[in-house]
Design a protein around this ligand. Structure first.
Ligand code: DLZ
Length: 155
């Protein structure tokens, strides 16, 4: 994604929460590393970044909702890794998670960013959680900053 811009944001004023699912832990560790790196590059102080862990992607929307309800963040970056198995479980969790994250953002009027990867294979997941620009956690963190800025301008 090439169009992220958050030039005008006052980095020191922004509070970001990251909700990370532990399921497929090595993959979500990579997503988390990418997100933290992007926030650091944008000048967000580490004390303004809060990381919350949940068991799996299904639990991510509830934690995000709670963070907004507690007024603990200006944006929540949701990170998880869903890898298709032999049953339809993947479909149910993916849809519930995506829909839940969207609903949380709309309910609170704040960016709730979908940094949950949904992959057919482990190789795809590794590709999207490794170092560099393909890292979806990194991308999700940048989207959060851009949306904070955009919503501020609209207001
Ligand atoms: C149960 C389950 C399965 C099968 N697969 C994944 C997955 O690929 N990625 C993920 O984040 N979580 C998975 N889970 C766990 C669910 O998200 C959830 O934690 C449990 O169903 C308990 O609600």
């Amino acid at each position: 994604m090439k169009h992220n811009t958050f030039e005008k944001i006052r980095s020191a004023d922004v509070r970001i929460a990251i909700v990370r699912a532990r399921f497929n832990e090595d993959i979500t560790a990579g997503l988390l590393a990418g997100a933290l790196e992007a926030l650091q590059e944008a000048g967000i102080p580490s004390e303004k970044v809060r990381v919350v862990e949940v068991p799996g992607s299904f639990e991510v929307p509830l934690a995000a909702d709670r963070l907004f309800a507690a007024k603990a963040a200006d944006a929540v970056v949701c990170l998880g890794a869903l890898i298709q198995g032999d049953t339809p479980h993947f479909e149910y969790i993916s849809r519930a998670c995506a829909s839940g994250i969207m609903q949380v953002g709309l309910r609170h009027g704040k960016p709730c960013v979908f940094g949950v990867i949904t992959c057919f294979t482990r190789e795809q997941a590794e590709e999207r959680s490794g170092p560099g620009d393909m890292n979806r956690g990194r991308e999700a963190a940048k989207v959060a900053l851009e949306m904070i800025e955009q919503l501020g301008e609209i207001a």
